[in-house]
Design a protein around this ligand. Structure first.
Ligand SMILES: *[C@@H]1O[C@H](CO)[C@@H](O)[C@H](O)[C@H]1NC(C)=O
Ligand SMILES: *[C@@H]1O[C@H](CO)[C@@H](O)[C@H](O)[C@H]1NC(C)=O
Length: 422
């Protein structure tokens, strides 16, 4: 079938271009000047940072600095005052964790009528938004320089779950005086939570309720060919890339991100190509036209991709080849040295004792429904598993759709309320 061959060829071509450009040129490149972007007509929201953007819509937010046990410095945000909450804030606090290549912007880039952080803040929750090491709000370290020290980038979800999430939980609890908080994760933001419960169960005890949106764990059934190809290329060439000292991928200000942002708002034609590209990446059966508005797309490309390590991407490449949710696979010989066994150890999902609410999309090309079912059958304390009604609901819809206020928010609110004091 020639069309199938062409299709495969396209996937390989696009993947190679994405990895090549994202990778080879991912050292911070001369960013396009702010004034130039303004004059080119970039939407204002895409050029604002977290505190500026929330401020623009009548919310005030604070920036907090968290230092992890292994000395990474992360910015965390808190929505201090919501536009539409006129009561005392509910307690305990809520921590929201973004997904792969994203940042705390994920929860606000679709604007005050759809961004889940705004919706929760307006419902008077005390909303905190975390960032993981490696993205533009987590690209600092007490001793390592991310631009020159390769060691800075030697992490994957293991370290995020073991150090970043616990540091943020401790910080919030210290700051607010509570013993426990509620957690909302998206995609990788769930995987890192499960890693934390497996490796540091005492931190799992500090969470009352976990809301899992399109939770990533094992990704054996992931259908997105492009995501598969990109992450597996990263895996395959990790060692050779890293010989050249290149270990950060898709960072902000990198050519990929700048190009994306420029291209996606250049003209109507490029804008629709841009949308198609994002769609190809994500859906399984059919795209979801209009769910993510053009305005949101133009804003989010200013903050996406937010950067991570090549090592983390490579681990995703592995996660699609195995039926286990496990640690990094270094090959049987090296595994023996690192783990004392030929196979990498599995993360202990039975350690996730926290009550879990799960929402997922039936058209999600990245986190497949079969893997969600697999995960849910292994978690010991699942409250409810809800597919979003809309059959076209895909991965990015979970945080960027204009429909979140009725597709997602009511269920999240219902369960959060049960685990919240007045
Ligand atoms: C956001 O921008 C404001 C000024 O506009 C600046 O004071 C603040 O440091 C910035 N925050 C971050 C995290 O970049
Ligand atoms: C979004 O942009 C595409 C391409 O320019 C256009 O066809 C579509 O009508 C736009 N959608 C909305 C809701 O404006």
């Amino acid at each position: 079938m020639p069309s199938k061959r062409v299709n495969t060829f396209n996937v390989i071509l696009i993947s190679t271009v994405v990895v090549g450009v994202g990778y080879v040129l991912s050292t911070p490149w001369l960013p396009i000047k702010l004034e130039v972007k303004q004059s080119l007509g970039y939407p204002k929201d895409s050029l604002l940072n977290f505190t500026e953007l929330t401020g623009r819509y009548g919310y005030s937010s604070e920036e907090h600095t968290v230092v992890t046990e292994d000395a990474y410095i992360l910015s965390m945000f808190r929505i201090a005052k919501a536009k539409n909450c006129h009561k005392r804030k509910r307690s305990p606090p809520v921590l929201m964790m973004h997904g792969l290549l994203l940042s705390s912007h994920t929860w606000i880039d679709s604007g005050p009528n759809a961004g889940l952080a705004y919706l929760l803040a307006d419902a008077c929750y005390d909303v905190w938004l975390g960032n993981t090491r490696g993205n533009y709000y987590g690209r600092r370290h007490m001793t390592l320089n991310p631009d020159t020290d390769k060691k800075f980038w030697d992490f994957y979800i293991e370290e995020i779950g073991k150090y970043d999430v616990p540091a943020m939980i401790d910080y919030i609890l210290d700051n607010t005086g509570f013993d426990k908080l509620n957690y909302v994760g998206f995609s990788q933001g769930c995987g890192t939570f499960f890693v934390m419960c497996s490796e540091r169960p005492e931190y799992c005890d500090k969470v009352q309720l976990m809301t899992a949106l399109a939770p990533a764990s094992r990704q054996y059934h992931t259908q997105s060919k492009i995501f598969r190809a990109v992450t597996q290329l990263c895996e395959r060439f990790e060692n050779s890339f890293s010989l050249y000292g290149l270990s950060e991928v898709f960072g902000a200000g990198s050519v990929t991100q700048e190009f994306f942002a420029f291209f996606c708002q250049l003209s109507d034609i490029t804008e629709s190509i841009c949308e198609t590209l994002m769609n190809v990446f994500d859906h399984v059966h059919s795209s979801h036209p209009g769910s993510i508005t053009n305005d949101t797309t133009r804003v989010l490309v200013g903050h996406f991709p937010a950067g991570t390590s090549l090592h983390n991407m490579a681990r995703y490449g592995q996660s699609m080849k195995t039926k286990r949710f496990q640690k990094f696979d270094y090959g049987s010989e090296q595994n023996l040295v690192v783990y004392g066994s030929e196979e990498p150890p599995e993360y202990k999902l039975s350690a996730v004792k926290v009550p879990v609410l799960c929402l997922y999309g039936k058209n999600d090309g990245l986190v497949d429904t079969k893997d969600v079912a697999w995960l849910m059958s292994r978690l010991p304390n699942v409250l409810e598993v809800m597919p979003v009604d809309d059959p076209h609901w895909n991965h990015m819809d979970m945080t960027y759709s204009q429909y979140t206020s009725y597709a997602i928010f009511p269920k999240v609110h219902e369960y959060l309320l049960k685990y919240t004091e007045a």
